[in-house]
Design a protein around this ligand. Structure first.
Ligand SMILES: [Zn+2]
Length: 266
């Protein structure tokens, strides 16, 4: 018998569908969407428990993989979501909400909600570069969580995952998981995501210092020691902390605050 893609387990079974999404959202194991914790997380069991429910014992909140994704606030079983995605992506012309409603056996309202969310997710993927019109883009990386199967190291950040964050002043931010913090990796991310018109601001790590970035301007902020904040002079000549830098630090999160930086990899 032909092996129809429609009979795939992830399209037929809710638990399989959730496991499939979890493996993609959390390649290194579950991460609490509220506090960012990863090492004190337990799976909730029991008959009355929703499938895919986790509990973070650090902040004592429960969560599922849907939090922070296009599936958030929806009671539609995950395998139906995946069916909808398949239908929306597999035909050139897409599929109307009416058709989706009939095919999935959900109400028109639900079908409309699902196709709206899925289209929104696809639209965001077709991303325009950050910093168009000459905006300032700050780039920095931090180390979070733990790489799967890599034991805790007493020194260095080799066991942690590196995350690179790009922040547009007064605008949006994007984060990327990076395998290694080196010149090739940061060049790849910055050149793919930052506009040629942008003013790039980074620290003076060697991969930023020697990287080739297609931007209008690149300034290096020296933040050796504890002096991460950049000071700027106001009209009266008084020094003040640049609030944007502070905002970026907040974004990178408390976890990174006390961690030492990885020496540049060459
Ligand atoms: Zn938590």
């Amino acid at each position: 018998m032909a092996n129809s893609i429609l009979s795939a387990k992830v399209l037929q079974n809710e638990a399989a569908a959730i496991a499939w999404v979890e493996a993609r959202v959390w390649p290194n194991g579950p991460v609490c969407p509220r506090c960012g914790g990863f090492d004190r997380i337990g799976k909730m069991g029991g008959k009355a428990t929703r499938i895919g429910l986790w509990k973070c014992y650090q902040c004592r909140k429960q969560f599922t993989v849907k939090v922070g994704t296009v599936f958030e606030d929806s009671h539609v079983p995950m395998n139906l979501w995946l069916q909808a995605m398949y239908l929306l992506c597999s035909s050139k012309k897409g599929i109307s909400s009416n058709q989706l409603s009939r095919t999935l056996g959900v109400t028109l309202k639900t079908a409309w909600f699902m196709s709206h969310r899925i289209r929104e997710a696809m639209r965001v993927v077709g991303i325009e570069p950050m910093g168009s019109g000459g905006a300032v883009i700050e780039a920095d990386e931090t180390f979070i969580g733990r790489k799967k199967g890599v034991p805790m190291a007493r020194t260095g950040m080799g066991h942690k995952m590196a995350v690179m964050t790009l922040v547009e002043r007064g605008g949006k931010a994007r984060s990327f998981h990076i395998d290694r913090t080196n010149k090739a990796e940061v060049e790849k991310i910055i050149n793919a995501n930052v506009s040629k018109e942008a003013q790039l601001m980074t620290d003076s790590a060697s991969y930023y210092m020697h990287g080739q970035f297609n931007v209008a301007d690149h300034s290096l902020v020296d933040h050796e020691d504890d002096e991460w904040a950049r000071y700027e002079k106001d009209e009266d000549g008084n020094e003040r902390v640049d609030a944007h830098q502070h905002g970026r630090e907040l974004l990178l999160g408390v976890q990174a605050r006390n961690e030492r930086r990885l020496p540049a990899l060459q």
